[in-house]
Design a protein around this ligand. Structure first.
Ligand code: ADP
Length: 373
């Protein structure tokens, strides 16, 4: 299959001007609706040609941020810039159609009364009709749907509609592409292949992309960097590995791994746990600290275990295909610990086991003291 980029090489062989990769910048952006602070001083940049995923629960402000970047919405304060050009800010506002920013919605939003080719050509108003048609066909060819060019969207499956929506969003070569939960309407298997296809298209086009999702795995698959949001704020921004290994907050840790959480009171700069006395940084005596132990970071053995191993009893075992989830009542812990092992090794309910937890691999966060702690 010819790539879309080669399709755009002009008749004389010269490549047409393409949008240079652009940097999208948010500077202290806030958006207030009545009593609701939908965005509260958000600052970050999406580097040219990179993909940044915004991850967070429903209502944390992700869509509002996209709408502000696209120009559908204005910030209450702060600025949005594309390279050095102010798109929105005090005394400045560039209309959505003048921004060079494309927006792709959750529900694909194809126009039912236009053919599939006309849908893709929709944003190519700057080109002649023939040229727009040629680019749209090239794009459809690129996503494997050129044979449907003359048909209407209702005949397409969900995945095909997604491809057309993607072709339509990328055809005008936007400097920045904004995508709001683009895969949420697709089933799991289709979602994975569409994620790969989308990444391929974005890389080919050199587009800078900001993608909203509430699936951590999707963010990890797609994003060069991930921005985690909560309550209108950007909590942490970084590569998936960094967010996974050094989460700044318990909230972030929970998104990227399954963890056991045990609360302790801080005493003399440390917490006393069954795996030893662990120092806590910057937490006052008497406050609560949550010890986070990843389910996969606990080693289970049937025998005696090595030095420092904790004795426990298997409460129940659930097989999850590649892994097993085992509940173990371990000595010194008030509640059972969840342990994820590689399937293969068998642990019997009621049997005695030993647990090894590497303190260096645990996480400690400020927490809330509950009654009885
Ligand atoms: P997300 O996309 O992360 O689910 P949104 O950006 O849609 O979150 O919403 C963030 C917050 O702002 C929510 O509390 C939402 O109810 C509120 N909000 C969004 N748009 C409006 C609006 N037009 N009017 C009033 N409140 C709004």
């Amino acid at each position: 299959m010819k790539s879309w980029i080669s399709n755009r090489i002009g008749r004389n062989g010269a490549k047409p001007a393409t949008a240079a990769p652009a940097r999208l910048v948010f500077e202290d952006v806030s958006r207030i609706y009545g009593e609701t602070r939908a965005l509260d001083g958000v600052s970050f940049q999406v580097e040219p040609g990179s993909v940044l995923c915004l991850l967070g629960p429903s209502g944390c402000g992700k869509t509002t941020l996209l709408r502000i970047a696209s120009g559908i919405e204005r910030p209450t304060s702060g600025r949005v810039l594309l390279n050095d050009r102010v798109l929105a800010g005090p005394g400045a506002f560039v209309a959505p159609e003048e921004r060079g920013v494309g927006l792709m919605f959750q529900d694909f939003a194809l126009f039912p009364h236009l053919t599939i080719e006309q849908n893709v050509a929709f944003g190519l108003k700057a080109l002649s009709k023939d040229e727009a048609r040629r680019v749209a066909l090239g794009m459809l060819e690129r996503v494997g749907l050129a044979h449907y060019a003359e048909r209407y969207p209702h005949i397409l499956s969900g995945g095909q509609q997604q491809r057309v929506a993607l072709a339509r969003a990328i055809a005008p070569r936007p400097a920045v592409l904004l995508m709001d939960e683009p895969f949420s309407g697709l089933d799991v298997q289709l979602r994975e292949s569409m994620q790969q296809e989308t990444l391929g298209l974005l890389r080919e086009a050199g587009a800078t992309a900001l993608i909203v999702t509430h699936h951590p795995e999707e963010a990890m698959r797609l994003g060069d960097r991930i921005g985690v949001m909560r309550d209108g704020r950007l909590v942490q921004l970084g590569a998936a590995q960094d967010l996974h290994s050094v989460p700044k907050e318990l909230f972030v840790a929970r998104l990227f791994s399954e963890i056991n959480e045990v609360t302790y009171a801080v005493a003399r700069g440390a917490i006393d746990t069954p795996i030893g006395r662990l120092p806590v940084a910057d937490m006052a005596d008497g406050t609560a600290a949550v010890l986070g132990v990843r389910e996969r970071a606990i080693q289970l053995t049937q025998g005696n275990g090595g030095a420092g191993a904790i004795k426990g009893r298997v409460i129940d075992v659930k097989f999850l295909g590649d892994a097993a989830l085992i509940n173990v009542q371990a000595e010194g812990f008030a509640e059972p610990l969840r342990v994820r092992t590689q399937a293969g090794e068998r642990f019997e309910e009621g049997s005695t086991v030993h647990l090894t937890i590497d303190p260096a691999r645990t996480l400690i966060f400020p927490g809330l003291l509950q009654e009885g702690d």
